[in-house]
Design a protein around this ligand. Structure first.
Ligand SMILES: Nc1ncnc2c1ncn2[C@@H]1O[C@H](COP(=O)(O)OP(=O)(O)OP(=O)(O)O)[C@@H](O)[C@H]1O
Length: 591
């Protein structure tokens, strides 16, 4: 083939470029790296795996015995036309058949059990890992892609580590059994029939490379499609509000077609590969038939022997073909494994090795010379911030949008680590404290109202499962939510719908506050708590907070109404200049 023709064939076997890659390809891993990465999870099941392999090897042994019985049937019953041995041969066939069925059933059940045990553990751990990722890291990912990794990609790990590998070892053992049997029957014929094996391997290796490229692309594009689906459906009101349906459909379709292209490329590869394998098989069988005639004519084999040999050879090609398919299969699975691995490699927020419990009550908070930078950013979000907050103080942090108010909240809850300086709660460095003790002492009400698709009562009790209805109601009253809740058709048992879209913005805000009140804690951080509240509701909320003298509260706000209720106002400098917060006397007010 000329270089030109070769490159045209190669181009046909690679998917066309996706010009709008929403999701990046994950770092490539070799098959050995993939195995090493996940083996520790499979290790506890190794004895069961061994048993499963034992059952897999038993199957070809029974098949060989059946072929030998067939040889006896031809040579002792059919050729001499003698009915006598028929009885024991028939009984042996039935016995072997029953044994094969039992072994097959056990192997199938055991294989499924091992796969599911591995998969459920991996799914749970990956899900738990994603939940432990710092929120700012999750915000940098596309939600749909994360979901795609957690659902479809994760099953490829099982496929790689359990199904494909056990199948590979099983096929290899089967092949060894058959080859030994072939050599035992007639070694010259066996040797001749092995002539096609190197060609099988050559073809398999050649196509495995193409399969890997296609599989990685297909998985990445599937992640992009889920991401675009999630974003468009999740923001349907935005899409409809701006009449962007056509744009959304066009974006969706681009990814949709990109997947189709990857699938079609995979199909072209198979179309080229499978007939080639079939042809190799045929050549092998023809060689053996030719040599079989020779063996028959020279008396080296009986007719039964030749037929048995050919049957055995036919069975032998099945594992060879299976092994040839396995390599592309493994590469295809490894493309999904790489995406799960990358997610698992993302550092989660975990307790430091000798973490201590934060003593209660929290006696003051200090931020000493703290700078913080988000991953992937080339500048600090806040730099050299110094701030002391006394226990019981009511503090407002104000500042232009993007000046780092939310970043300070993240530092106080330990979800973001300062790049320099120290954040202390009650005199203890937050990086030395257990996450659970920080979470129970510090309550945050996020800027975005986060509610689940459940009842009002469930949403409030999310802070403290098992809270009584009286406690839930009390928290709702304090947040000024009780009135609107009682006006709803089912009161506290009303379902709020997806992302609580069945409530108004202000009602959602009050529910988040009620949840925070139920949680309690010594320090309450409220990020723009009055967004969506009218002046009356704002005054109601702030005077409620003002009565909570036994806790410290920090409110991050733009709302001038809020400032009337605080002891001190701290202003974060403009983002374009130094971000060091300063007390701005003109804004501070104490009531
Ligand atoms: N997850 C993130 N990844 C990267 N950069 C981020 C992330 N979150 C915030 N930033 C950046 O950090 C800076 C400070 O953001 P922050 O959310 O703390 O500001 P803010 O003062 O709370 O703003 P606003 O008043 O608008 O809520 C901004 O420049 C923002 O772009």
């Amino acid at each position: 083939m000329t270089t030109d023709k070769r490159s045209r064939v190669a181009a046909l076997l690679r998917p066309t470029a996706d010009d709008t890659p929403l999701i990046e390809l994950s770092a490539q891993m070799t098959l050995v790296e993939v195995f090493r990465a996940f083996w520790p999870r499979l290790r506890p099941l190794r004895w069961w795996l061994l048993l499963s392999l034992g059952l897999l090897v038993a199957a070809p042994l029974i098949a060989v015995a059946e072929i030998r019985l067939f040889q006896s049937l031809v040579d002792t019953v059919l050729v001499p036309a003698d009915f006598a041995p028929m009885l024991w041969i028939g009984a042996a066939f039935i016995g072997l058949n029953i044994l094969a069925a039992v072994i097959d059933g056990c192997d199938d059940y055991l294989g499924t059990w091992i796969s599911q045990k591995f998969l459920t553990g991996l799914r749970r751990d990956t899900f738990a890992h994603v939940l432990a990722l710092p929120p700012h890291r999750l915000d940098q990912r596309r939600l749909g892609d994360v979901i795609s990794r957690l659902t479809s990609d994760i099953s490829t790990v099982e496929s790689f580590m359990v199904s494909q590998l056990t199948r590979g070892v099983g096929l290899l053992c089967t092949l060894v059994v058959y080859i030994c049997a072939l050599f035992w029957m007639q070694w010259q014929l066996a040797l001749a029939s092995m002539i096609v094996i190197p060609f099988f391997w050559w073809a398999a290796k050649r196509f495995a490379d193409y399969t890997k490229t296609v599989s990685r692309e297909r998985r990445r594009r599937a992640g992009s499609l889920t991401a675009i689906t999630e974003e468009s459906v999740g923001n349907a009101s935005l899409v409809q509000g701006y009449g962007a349906e056509d744009r959304a459909i066009a974006d969706y379709d681009r990814q949709n077609i990109a997947i189709m292209e990857a699938e079609l490329t995979g199909s072209r590869i198979r179309a080229l590969f499978l007939p080639m394998v079939g042809l190799l098989e045929l050549v092998g069988i023809l060689v053996v038939i030719g040599l079989g005639v020779w063996a028959l004519s020279t008396g080296r084999l009986t007719l039964g022997g030749v037929l048995a040999f050919l049957t055995l050879l036919g069975s032998c090609y099945r594992p060879i073909r299976g092994l040839g398919d396995l390599l592309p299969g493994l590469f295809s699975a490894s493309a999904g494994v790489e995406r799960v691995r990358e997610l698992l490699d993302e550092p989660a927020v975990t307790d430091p090795p000798s973490a201590r419990t934060l003593p209660r009550p929290v006696t003051g908070i200090s931020i000493d010379n703290v700078s913080a930078r988000y991953p992937g950013r080339d500048r600090d979000s806040i730099s050299d911030v110094d701030l002391d907050i006394a226990a019981g103080e009511r503090l407002a942090i104000v500042g232009p949008s993007g000046s780092g108010k939310t970043t300070i909240a993240r530092l106080l809850t330990g979800t973001l680590t300062a790049s320099s300086g120290t954040v202390r709660l009650g005199g203890h460095d937050v990086t030395t404290l257990t996450r659970a003790s920080i979470r129970s002492a510090v309550t945050t009400v996020a800027q975005e109202t986060l509610l689940i698709d459940a009842t009002i009562a469930d949403n409030i009790a999310f802070a403290r499962p098992g809270a009584t209805r009286d406690e839930i109601e009390h928290a709702a009253r304090r947040a000024g939510a009780h009135e609107f809740i009682t006006e709803l058709p089912a009161g506290y048992d009303t379902r709020v719908g997806q992302r609580a879209r069945m409530l108004s913005g202000g009602q959602r805000q009050r529910l988040s506050l009620a949840r925070a009140f139920l949680h309690g804690g010594d320090l309450m951080i409220l990020d723009e708590p009055t967004t969506g509240l009218d002046p009356r509701a704002t005054h109601h909320l702030m005077s409620t907070l003002a009565r909570e003298r036994d806790r410290t509260w920090v409110v991050l706000t733009h709302d001038p109404l809020v400032l009337e209720y605080v002891d001190r106002v701290v202003s974060l400098g403009s983002v374009s200049s130094s971000s060091t917060p300063t007390v701005d006397p003109s804004m501070s007010g104490v009531r």
